[in-house]
Design a protein around this ligand. Structure first.
Ligand code: B12
Ligand code: SF4
Length: 250
């Protein structure tokens, strides 16, 4: 199947894109964890902030996606709903999936009847849930056994049980696929940048933070420099980024 994954274009006023244009770590991780016969394209819309509509239309026409996925933070919800409506108009048969912090923590906002409503909500960690969803779509299987998934039947959403948190060590979560990106130009203060994930979750409970709600009070260990996740980063001195931003919580 053709899969097109978008992150949202919105940035906070203190993070203008002239200073920071960072890739979304979730989407390349999803791309690295689906079955290998799928064609996955990742588009970080932060790179085309002034041409969002044209870019979405162009990419949908070029890639003819069977599945369109959106990664959404809370302050980006309204934009996500507008993009879903746009995709529905230009590719009505595409299955639309949302994931990330906002759909995970406020699923109700995505289930109300409205033009920007998705077909599926992936709650919590997405790698295994999204892979199983693609298998079910491909083989016409039912969705009720897929942990972490909410799915729509007519106007009714069903919410399956939660999926347990994964570990970054071992083979449970495979390496991200950065070569699935179809837009380029990530920079931090004008220098090339990329992200590498070194741990997940947190054992603290700060009231303003979404981590605990998302993953529970657990933390996967911080990876050592010998791990495959770190050694798969392009080495310094080569064509790779000048900066690596780690996604560890603390
Ligand atoms: C790295 C990071 C950044 C970087 C890069 C962000 C980027 N380009 O994505 C920078 C520094 C730029 C950043 C900025 C901000 N961030 Co930030 N960031 C993070 C951080 C530390 C890691 C995110 C990450 O890559 N995780 C690794 C990936 C693999 O995990 P994931 O994102 O959770 O994705 C998984 C699931 O959510 C799901 N999933 C996600 N998307 C999708 C999509 C689909 C289709 C599917 C199926 C599944 C799915 O599957 C993924 C794999 O399991 C998180 C905290 C954390 N530890 O997670 C905060 C976090 C995401 N940021 C947060 C916030 C608020 C911000 C800012 C708004 C802060 C601010 N006030 O300016 C800005 C906004 C950025 C912008 N666009 O302007 C909040 C979001 C809270 C919320 N409720 O939405 C978080 C959770 C921090 C927190 N403590 O609460 N951020
Ligand atoms: S990730 Fe940071 S802000 Fe969030 S609970 Fe842990 S220590 Fe607190």
């Amino acid at each position: 199947m053709n899969i097109l994954l978008f992150s949202m274009p919105d940035s906070f006023e203190h993070m203008p894109t002239v200073a920071i244009r960072m890739p979304n770590g979730a989407l390349t991780s999803l791309a690295g964890n689906v079955d290998p016969h799928h064609r996955v394209s990742v588009a970080d819309l932060i790179l085309v902030q002034s041409q969002v509509r044209q870019t979405v239309i162009r990419l949908v026409q070029e890639h003819q996606p069977d599945v369109v996925g959106l990664s959404v933070m809370t302050f980006q919800r309204h934009t996500a709903q507008k993009i879903i409506s746009l995709v529905r108009r230009i590719k009505p048969d595409a299955h639309i999936v949302v994931g990330g912090y906002d759909p995970s923590l406020d699923r109700v906002a995505y289930t109300r009847p409205a033009p920007g409503r998705p077909d599926f909500i992936v709650r919590g960690e997405g790698e295994a849930t999204f892979r199983e969803l693609l298998r079910a779509l491909e083989n016409g299987r039912d969705y009720s056994a897929i942990a972490g998934l909410s799915y729509r039947e007519g106007d009714q959403f069903h919410h399956n049980p939660e999926r347990p948190v994964s570990s970054l060590t071992g083979e449970e979560v495979k390496l991200p696929r950065r070569d699935s990106r179809v837009l380029q130009g990530y920079t931090l203060l004008g220098r090339p940048v990329d992200v590498v994930e070194t741990s997940r979750g947190c054992t603290y409970d700060c009231s303003f933070c979404s981590i605990i709600e998302m993953r529970g009070e657990t933390s996967t260990p911080t990876l050592s420099s010998g791990s495959s996740r770190i050694s798969a980063m392009p080495t310094s001195g080569g064509p790779g980024p000048s900066f690596w931003w780690t996604t560890t919580s603390r």
